[in-house]
Design a protein around this ligand. Structure first.
Ligand code: ADP
Ligand code: ASP
Ligand code: MG
Length: 818
């Protein structure tokens, strides 16, 4: 004997009921004896609640709901049952609808809807769906008997969530369901008191009905047919990457459902567990899926946890005060009082100091709980031994569940580390003593982010997604987008990493997509976007989306964007940027941003600020982190100046070299913007700061290469005229250097926290001597690299290498965020 339960969506339409019939038939064809439990058609129970509430508020529009309910059942009947037969079914349904109408009229007149009337009202949903389903089965040649569960399932009179009288119910079920050759179609969810008043088993209670029948009939298996592929690692509506589980133990399933996995109604597990009857959760709309098996013994799975559940709406009550320390019986008084009031406590934590007790409960019970506590502890509160009782709202609970956790250390650590990296604040933590779950209370607005973060952390074999918010689609931004597009496939295959461009903005437009914008179409997407670019709006939207693994990329050179860095880091979103303005601006800003990142456990990355894609800043940090001492940094940090001095050799004229560089596009449009040394100064400033010194740009000593006559000339042409007059001066410098076997190099230097930029003649021994082309070179002298400094050399400018540097930072962030 099998018990099959079909949920609301499984009987939500004529097509769905056809599906149900095929499933049932496939069993009866094999002569399997079956009991079928069914919910109301999807949406009907909610509609009944709404209708009753309206009528009780004397709102006549409840009648439209009545019509809606009639329409839904009649439409399905007309599709499923032949014209000749349907009259009988329609008449049965009409009789129920008339009864319902009378009941509603009464509620409307009395303006009252007691829990007792509500239960009677709700019973119509299951009574109608099962009436239709039974008649349909009969027409399809399945020998069927309709059963109103109210005649068998006997409960107390706690309306809305009645408790079963197990003995009487079992006895009734065994007595009435004895014929093996018929399929019983039983109304889920509804029951009655011994006196015959209608009760219900709580929302979602049809699952429970199935389990009660399964246990009473000693079924070989109870199949719960629903609209998803069984129990999944998380609610698929909230976590897109959730996947189906093959099996769960009763305890694991109990924890999952207790913490909100709606796919099974929590009390369901108990009767099945007690009688050791396996439950199988199957998908009415995907018969190929063989189901999630819930049974006694499970094999350890591939992951340390089985699943993640959540309860969206929760309140937290905190009870604290010196009067609680060391006084026995406080918690027992507290929880007995709550139990008396039938207030369900979802989670409890108590500080080891015994100074406070904190517990989570359904928000609808919060106020009543507060009143109860204030009553029970009135004397202590009056004496100041217990402080005020505080309710905190708008919270959610998230729990990770699985038996493997018992033997695996470090689970909570992994969980909290991920929370820290994603800026998720925890209000309370509890671990079940069975070590089957760790649950945390968080702000409701962090729920989606928390679920997705945990899912990525614990089901690692899955591909990790990084949500990139990119502003600036100029040369570097555009190149970066191209590079990401070219490498996304290999990243996925080799690093299990997917980079989503979740938000994108240029100076005119911006666009967002939580699934990631089509990266190859970014130009069209921005052009056709309705959203005008607005940095404040961009940041606001990025914060509101509140996605896990978010990174902000600033590919502009704008001061305005830098103005938002602090706010972004404070929201615990990491930043990576080739924009130098923050790291080389006022020291206070630099310090604040770095400290904010550290405090929030995230990253503020700007490796490409010095030497583009060359690993300069990271190398410096690695040296410092490993305990080395930075004694001296020297560098040719400008590709332009490197090019000019590498090419200025005997037989050439300095002004021609500068002109040539300008014509090849190696300089800024006005070459003085390179020759003034400011770009080099900003870079050595950053390195000096990274080496641990406090320094401002104005403190850097820059040797002027050219006199004011050149630097202040009115136009670029006038500048070149003036520059020609300097050729003799440069010739002399060059000649002197060459006579001494040296070469001229414009070098930034840092020693003891002091930075300067000088034109220097270097000899063969010096690493800068052999510099060629437009390469950058940085030489770092440390306690360990004392005799021969550590040298980094290579192209230090250009969109490709800079974008590649930013790209590398994004990938490094993905490892960090994990
Ligand atoms: P039914 O009407 O068949 O009883 P429910 O709506 O009560 O169906 O339960 C199924 C729903 O439970 C799914 O559609 C899904 O959104 C939700 N759900 C929540 N957590 C989980 C989970 N871990 N696995 C599967 N479904 C889940
Ligand atoms: N129809 C009821 C509800 O919607 C019971 C159930 O579907 O399990 O809550
Ligand atoms: Mg359900």
């Amino acid at each position: 004997m099998k018990v099959l339960k079909f949920g609301g969506t499984s009987v939500g339409s004529a097509e769905a009921m056809e599906q149900v019939k095929s499933i049932v038939k496939s069993y009866t064809d094999q002569n399997k004896s079956l009991t079928v439990i069914s919910s109301a058609m999807s949406g009907i129970t909610n509609l009944l609640v709404e209708m009753g509430t309206k009528a009780a508020h004397n709102d006549e529009t409840y009648k439209t709901h009545l019509l809606e309910i009639e329409e839904k059942h009649f439409t399905a009947t007309k599709i499923l049952i032949s014209v000749r037969e349907q009259g009988k079914t329609l008449a049965k349904l009409k009789k129920l609808l008339n009864e319902l109408e009378d009941l509603m009229h009464g509620v409307f007149l009395l303006r009252e809807l007691s829990p007792r009337t509500m239960d009677l009202l709700l019973s119509f949903g299951e009574r109608m769906s099962c009436t239709l389903l039974a008649d349909y089965f009969i027409q399809e040649g399945i020998s069927t008997e309709f059963i109103d569960a109210r005649n068998l399932v006997i409960t107390d009179d706690q309306f809305g969530r009645a408790r079963i009288d197990r003995n009487t119910t079992n006895h009734n079920i065994r007595k009435y369901l004895s014929a093996k050759e018929v399929v019983y179609v039983v109304t889920g969810f509804i029951s009655s008191t011994a006196k015959g008043e209608t009760t219900t088993l709580g929302r979602g209670g049809s699952d429970y009905t199935a389990s009660i029948f399964g246990a009473a009939l000693d079924a070989e298996e109870i199949e719960i047919w629903t609209d998803v592929d069984g129990v999944m690692t998380a609610d698929p509506r909230k976590v897109k990457k959730a996947f189906s589980l093959k099996e769960l133990s009763y305890e694991e399933a109990m924890e999952m459902s207790h913490f909100g996995a709606k796919v099974i109604y929590p009390p369901t597990l108990q009767p099945a567990f007690h009688n050791k009857i396996p439950l199988r959760i199957r998908n009415t709309f995907n018969n190929d899926f063989e189901g999630t098996l819930i049974h006694e013994r499970t094999t350890p799975g591939d992951y340390t946890i089985k699943g993640i559940s959540s309860i969206e709406q929760i309140s937290l009550i905190n009870l604290q005060g010196s009067g609680m320390v060391g006084v026995p019986g406080v918690s027992s008084r507290l929880f007995s009082a709550l139990a008396r009031e039938e207030i369900n406590v979802v989670l409890i934590t108590q500080a080891s100091s015994e100074h406070s007790i904190c517990f989570a409960l359904d928000p609808k019970d919060a106020f009543r709980a507060k009143e109860t506590i204030e009553e029970v502890f009135a004397l202590e509160i009056q004496a100041g031994k217990i402080d005020r009782v505080v309710i905190e709202n708008d919270l959610s609970i998230v729990a990770i569940i699985g038996e493997n956790m018992r033997n695996t250390p470090g689970i909570a650590g992994k969980m909290f580390e991920a929370f820290g990296k994603n800026g998720i604040n925890i209000s309370a933590i509890a671990q079940g003593s069975s070590e089957l779950n760790v649950s945390v209370v968080i702000h409701q607005y962090d729920l989606a982010k928390t679920l997705n973060t945990l899912h990525e952390v614990f089901f690692l074999s899955d591909i990790k997604t990084l949500n990139v918010f990119l502003v600036g689609t100029g040369l570097i931004g555009g190149t970066l987008l191209k590079q990401i597009s070219e490498h996304n496939t290999s990243l996925k295959e080799e690093q299990a990493l997917k980079i989503n461009i979740t938000g994108l903005s240029n100076s005119r437009k911006m666009a967002f997509s939580t699934d990631g914008l089509d990266i190859d179409q970014w130009k069209n997407i921005l052009d056709s976007s309705e959203q005008k670019a607005d940095m404040a709006g961009f940041v606001k939207q990025m914060k509101a989306l509140n996605l896990s693994n978010s990174v902000f990329l600033d590919c502009t050179s704008s001061d305005h964007v830098v103005g938002f860095y602090k706010e972004i880091l404070d929201r615990r979103i990491s930043i990576a940027t080739p924009n130098k303005l923050a790291s080389s601006g006022e020291y206070d800003l630099y310090r604040t941003l770095k400290d904010t990142a550290v405090r929030n456990g995230i990253k503020f990355l700007f490796e490409t600020n010095v030497g583009a894609g060359l690993p300069v800043i990271n190398t410096l940090r690695d040296l410092l982190n490993s305990g080395d001492k930075i004694l001296k940094i020297e560098g040719v940090l400008s590709g332009t100046l490197s090019y000019i001095f590498n090419n200025f050799q005997k037989g050439t004229r300095f002004s021609d070299i500068v002109k040539g560089a300008q014509e090849r596009g190696f300089t800024e449009p006005d070459p003085r913007d390179d020759l003034n040394g400011m770009d080099m100064a900003r870079k050595i400033l950053i390195l000096t700061r990274e080496a641990g010194y406090k320094i401002e740009l104005s403190e850097i000593d820059i040797e002027m290469l050219l006199p004011d006559t050149c630097m202040k000339a009115e136009s670029i042409d006038a500048f070149f005229e003036e520059l020609e007059k300097e050729n003799d001066h440069f010739d002399k410098l060059l000649e002197k250097a060459e006579n001494e076997g040296k070469r001229l190099r414009f070098i930034a230097k840092m020693e003891n926290g002091k930075a300067r930029i000088v034109l220097e003649a270097v000899d063969l021994e010096n690493p800068f001597y052999a510099l060629s082309g437009s390469d950058n070179m940085i030489s770092i002298t440390t306690s360990r690299y004392l005799e021969r400094p550590l040298v980094v050399k290579g192209p230090g400018a250009g969109a490709e290498v800079t974008a590649a540097g930013v790209f590398a930072e994004i990938v490094s962030l993905s490892h960090f965020l994990g």
